[in-house]
Each structure stands twice: as C-alpha cells, then as structure tokens.
Write a protein that binds this ligand. Structure first.
Ligand code: HEM
Length: 441
C-alpha cells in the first residue's frame, strides 16, 4: 500500500537497518522532522513518529483522534507473501492491544487485575529457580549463547508455570515460539500450529480444573471473557512477553558486559543492573517501533497530513534517543522514558517485566562473574525486522564453574518443576505466588 506523498520513505527492514537503526532514524529526523515516511516491508508504508513530543501526543491520545483498531488499514492491504508477516503482527484481533475505549478497558482490566495477584517475592523466587536451572546447563562449558541458552528460555518457562502448566510443558512452548519466529514459512506455520495447540490444551485443562494461576484468574475474572476472548488474551500475554522479555534481557546483558561502567558493577557495584535495564529500555527499547496507531479523521500532525486507515508507528527507539534533549516534565518512567510506552495502552506488566529481567540477570552475573563477549559489541548480529531490537546471538565466555566448587552452584538448586507442586491446579499452590483474587472476597 503506497502512501500518496511518500516517495523517499526510509527502510525499516533488511540487514542495513538491523545493523544500525539509529543511523536510519538520524537521517529521517534530518529530512522530515518529528514524523517520517517509512517502508516496513516491501510496499508497506507507514508514518514513523520519531519526535518525543509527537510520540507522547499519540500515546496519550492528545486531540482524541487516535485509535488502535487496525481493521480499516488491514482491509486496504493486499495479502501477499511480503505482507504476511506484517499482518501477523498488526492485523486486528479482539484483545487489549487492538481495541479502544470501553472494550479496551474491559480487556485490560482482566490483565492488570490478574497480574496484580502475583506476589513480587514469589515471582522473584520462581525466576531464580528457572534461571539457576538454565545456568546449570551451560555453567561448566565456559561459553554460551545467552540468547538461545538463557534470554529466550526465561520468559517461556516462567510464563508456562504462571499459566499453571507443569515445567515439563515448557519445552514444547519454547519450541513453538522459536519456530514461530522463523522467517521460513513452513517452520513458522508449524510453530503457529503448535502454539495454538498449547493455548487450546491450556484452556481445556483449566476448564476441567481451576488452579491458582494466571489462566484460572483470567477465566474467573468478573469481566467474564468468552472462550475466544480468553484465548486471544493468553496469546497476547504470551506474545507480549516472549520477544520483548528475551530482548530486554539480552540487550541489557550485552551492554553490561561491554561497558566499563556496568562491567565493574558485576564485581564492585559501580552501576546497578537496574541502571543497565533502564538504559537499555531508553536507548535500545525491545519493542523499538511496535506502537501501531491509526487516525479516525484526516489530521495535520506535527507537519504531516495523515489520513484514516494509514498506519502510524510510534518509534519508542527514535523518540527516546532524540538528540535535542527531552524536557524533564515530559519524561515517563524515570530512566526508561517510553521503553514501556505511555498512556492508556502503556505496558500493564512493566513492574513484573523489570523484576523478571533483573532477577534473571543478577542470577547470571552472580554465578558467572567474569562474563565477556567473544566478539566486540558492534560486531554482534541483530535480527532484521521493523518492530523489535533483537540480538540474534549473544556469544559469551567465562570461567567454567566446576560442579565440585563449594557454594550454591546453580545445579544444586531444585529445578522449578520440583519446587512448584506437581499438580499445578491443586489448591495448595495458591500460597505459592498468589494473593487471593480481590473480586472473590
Ligand atoms: C511480563 C512480561 C510482559 C507482559 C505480560 C506484557 C504485556 C503487555 C500487554 C498486554 C500490552 C498491551 C496493553 C494495552 O494495549 O492496553 C503491552 C503493551 C506494551 N508493552 Fe508489554 N508486556 C511485557 C513485557 C514488556 C517488555 C519487556 C517491554 C519492553 C521492553 C514491553 C513494552 C510494551 C510497550 C511499549 C507496550 C505499549 C504498546 C502500544 O503502545 O501499543 N512489555 N504489554
């Protein structure tokens, strides 16, 4: 879909963009100002919002003409092999991310209420156990790819348990999600099928027997989601968790092990893991440009005319790194700026997300305190794609930990499957990481 006045759109796909997205944003900024024409796949154009003030205007719905519903835009987009991946990410679905007003508030309340049930100290314990069991798999080897061996596995395993499934199911979920991310159509389709099956079986199991877990809380929430809405909510939570969490964890580690200010914090605490997370959220936000919005009427916005059914993408990455300096009063989230979005669609799980990332990274760096990259950071490879800032690999080396070493080595910890009661739907589990639901009292 070619937008009528965008002859010199910047490219947000391909290896050049993946290598240095900030160079592309800088050029767009110089040529167009706060809103720039871009192509996110061959023939699929969008307005990229790269100014911080403009980004906030969209996210907080200044003027009241912004919508998240992608239906009208999608209807104009031809279905071709090039547009398939874009539609998978942006096509309308009845969930919080693509809805407005009362519908959005209903979906969002289910997610926000249920996430509030998770007690932080129990979540920390769960992430500690999952992290330690993963670290135990490679600690003796002296080298690892922290994307494949650690960052991607953390969210899948943690959320599989939070959904109320035994840890043994997590391998299947990990495989399905990683297949879904493959560009190769056949592998992607296989992953997609396996993921649908996982969600279907999860719902079936919880219909048969509730537990104290996210899925059961979603089901019993007073909003009374229909089964299709429940499935969409579980899909959204998994999708919103898997890639952003993995990217946040790996982007942060890559900064910590290649920057002296953080490197020394691994041993003597110069700057904390929290500082590194905030810096990664600001300068390299995991959901780099994944802020889709649409206008309800023609609007002249920060110097650009935008028509209904045209795609507008908020670039958290470009806005956060605007070189002119962002006024103090417009900042959100302390150091993270727009890394978790802003306004009514702001990430409802930013606190658990930070807690999960921080716990996982601290376990890793406390066990393997001399981690170092095997290649310079500027030679790391990044996954192409317009929406995320995602390392393809994070190769590191470290002094192997011998199993006979004294102290609390990772493999001496109980694996998560044994610390979570084996019958995940049993009432005994309620004391594990949950408080009782406020709507049930
Ligand atoms: C615990 C893991 C996470 C869960 C369950 C989660 C869940 C969600 C959900 C359900 C939404 C849609 C909210 C709505 O439309 O009202 C959302 C939005 C968002 N999330 Fe998260 N998220 C997680 C982690 C992350 C991470 C790690 C990042 C970034 C590093 C992130 C960044 C965002 C952003 C930028 C938005 C706003 C999107 C927009 O404006 O359209 N999230 N998240």
């Amino acid at each position: 879909m070619t937008l009528r006045y965008m002859p010199d759109a910047g490219r947000l796909y391909g290896p050049e963009y993946a290598r240095d997205p900030q160079a592309v944003y800088a050029e767009l900024r110089a040529r167009h100002g706060a809103v720039a024409p871009v192509e996110i796949a061959p023939g699929v154009e969008a307005h990229l919002v790269i100014g911080y003030r403009a980004a906030l205007d969209v996210l907080t719905n200044a003027g009241g003409f912004w919508s998240k519903n992608s239906g009208a835009w999608q209807a104009r987009l031809p279905e071709t092999p090039e547009t398939g991946g874009v539609i998978a990410m942006l096509g309308y679905r009845p969930n919080a991310l693509f809805s407005d007003g009362a519908e959005h508030a209903r979906y969002r309340k289910v997610i926000a209420d249920c996430f509030q049930q998770i007690q932080p100290h129990k979540l920390r314990q769960l992430v500690t156990e999952v992290s330690d069991s993963l670290i135990g798999r490679f600690a003796t080897k002296g080298e690892a790819d922290l994307v494949a061996d650690f960052a991607r596995l953390i969210p899948a395993r943690v959320f599989n348990l939070l959904f109320g499934r035994p840890d043994s199911d997590s391998e299947g979920l990990v495989q399905a999600l990683s297949d879904m991310m493959e560009a190769d159509g056949e592998t992607g389709a296989r992953g997609s099928e396996a993921f649908s099956r996982y969600i279907g079986e999860l719902i079936q199991a919880k219909h048969a027997q509730r537990g104290d877990d996210l899925t059961s809380w979603f089901m019993d929430h007073p909003a009374m989601l229909r089964t299709d809405e429940l499935a969409e909510t579980l899909v959204l939570v998994t999708a919103a968790t898997y890639d952003p969490m993995a990217n946040l964890i790996s982007n942060t580690i890559s900064r910590m092990v290649s920057d002296d200010r953080y490197y020394s914090s691994l041993t003597n605490g110069a700057l904390s893991t929290y500082d590194a997370l905030m810096e990664a959220l600001r300068a390299e936000p995991a959901m780099a440009n994944y802020g889709p919005y649409f206008t309800l009427q023609p609007v002249h916005f920060h110097g650009t005319w935008i028509q209904p059914a045209e795609l507008v993408l908020v670039s958290y990455a470009a806005a956060n790194t605007e070189p002119t300096g962002i006024p103090e009063e417009l900042r959100s989230d302390g150091g993270a700026y727009l890394g978790f979005g802003a306004g009514s669609h702001r990430c409802p799980a930013s606190d658990p997300a930070v807690l999960i990332a921080m716990t996982a990274i601290e376990r890793l760096t406390s066990h393997l305190c001399d981690l170092e990259l095997t290649v310079p950071r500027d030679e790391l490879s990044w996954r192409p794609g317009p929406f995320h800032r995602a390392l393809a690999h994070l190769p590191v080396r470290f002094t192997p930990i011998r199993p006979d070493q004294p102290g609390e080595s990772p493999w001496a910890m109980r694996p998560p499957s044994s610390s979570i009661p084996s019958a995940p739907t049993s009432p005994a589990r309620s004391a594990d990481y949950a408080t009782s639901a406020p709507w049930s009292s």
